[in-house]
Design a protein around this ligand. Sequence first.
Ligand code: SF4
Ligand code: SF4
Length: 150
Amino acid sequence: MGSFHLTKMSLRNFFKKPATKMYPVVAPTYTKMSKGHVANEIKDCIFCGICENRCPTHAITVSKEDETWTIDNFSCIQCITCVRNCPKKCLTMEPDYTKAAAQKSIITLKKPELTPEERAAKEAADKEKAARIAAAKAAKAARDAEAAAQ
Ligand code: SF4
Ligand code: SF4
């Protein structure tokens, strides 16, 4: 009886489609909830270092001086802490997995150079911000002087 069941099961499995896929030859199917790898829209990054400080596995390194953001995907445990804590919302968890590789690869992204138009817009925005701060400071100084005179 036992050998009959075993033979039946073996024959069934022999003609059944395999339960696994031949990854990476056959591409996997990702769902909305799949956690693959962390991506950074580097042009929006302000290099504050919050993601580096919050990462439990020290997979991220940020350099404000060089304007670079580095991730060791092989140390990442896809916990999404960095994505949740990024103040600029430039980090996302992409559903596709890190490609299979013979060696560990560390990815470094550098902030792209601004175009002349972008640079001009940034300079104008910085100038406007500086003028607003100076005006606020002057108004406060005037208020303080008025209060002191009373
Ligand atoms: S938390 Fe966001 S803005 Fe700050 S360094 Fe990381 S990716 Fe850049
Ligand atoms: S997902 Fe988690 S482990 Fe991966 S880089 Fe972000 S904080 Fe670090």
